[in-house]
Design a protein around this ligand. Structure first.
Ligand SMILES: [Zn+2]
Length: 184
C-alpha cells in the first residue's frame, strides 16, 4: 500500500495466476484458488479502500518490489524466483519487466528436463515437480508413504531423516540447474 503520511493514495496488488493488469481481473487461476478466475480484483480493492488500485501477477510484483527497494535495488538484469506452493519466476532485463510474447517469460517452474513426473500445468518433468512446497511433500510421500508438509519434511531432514534429505537435495539440485540454464 502506498501511503503519504496519514493518507492512503493507492494500492498495488500482486495476485497468483495469470492476470490482466489492464482490466484488473484474474484470467487463469491454478487449482489452489477455486473461483478466482475472472475475479475483478482492482474493483473490489477500490470499493473497499476508496483509492485507485493496480494489479499484477504476484511474482512480477515481488520482483518489481525487490528491484525498486529490496535485495536487488537498482539492478538492470534480474531473474526473480519464488518458492512457495509452486515455483514462480519473472525476468527483469535492461531495467524493465520482460513479459515475453505470452506474458510468461521467466516462468522457471515449468522448464522441462527434471525427470518425468506429471506437473500441475499438465506437462511432465518440470522443475516444479521437484522444487515446489507441494512437490516436496509429494516426493517425500513417494519415498515413505507418509504425508508431510514441506516444513515437516524440512524438520525431518534436520533430524537426519535420509528420505527427507534426499527430497531437499533433489529440489536444490533442480533449482541450481534451472538457474544456470536460465541465466546462461
Ligand atoms: Zn509445469
Amino acid at each position: 500500500l502506498a501511503r503519504t503520511p496519514g493518507r492512503l493514495v493507492g494500492a498495488g496488488v500482486g495476485a497468483a495466476g495469470v492476470v490482466d493488469p489492464a482490466t484488473g481481473r484474474i484470467l487463469v487461476a491454478s487449482d489452489s484458488f477455486r473461483g478466482w478466475a475472472g475475479f475483478a480484483v482492482t474493483e473490489a480493492v477500490e470499493t473497499a479502500l476508496g483509492v485507485p488500485a493496480f494489479l499484477d501477477n504476484d511474482v512480477n510484483a515481488f520482483l518489481m518490489g525487490e528491484v525498486s527497494a529490496g535485495a536487488v535495488r537498482g539492478e538492470r538484469d534480474v531473474l526473480g524466483m519464488t518458492l512457495g506452493t509452486g515455483v514462480g519466476g519473472a525476468l527483469w532485463t535492461g531495467g524493465t519487466l520482460f513479459p515475453g510474447p505470452h506474458g510468461a517469460a521467466g516462468e522457471i517452474g515449468h522448464i522441462p528436463g527434471f525427470g518425468d513426473l506429471p506437473c500441475t500445468c499438465g506437462g511432465r518433468g518440470h522443475l516444479e515437480t521437484l522444487a515446489s512446497g507441494r512437490s516436496i511433500g509429494a516426493r517425500y510421500a513417494d519415498r515413505t508413504g507418509r504425508r508431510l508438509t514441506a516444513r515437516e519434511v524440512y524438520e525431518a531432514a534436520t533430524y537426519g531423516d535420509e528420505d527427507a534429505r534426499a527430497v531437499y537435495e533433489a529440489a536444490g539440485r533442480g533449482i541450481a540447474r534451472a538457474v544456470v540454464i536460465t541465466a546462461g
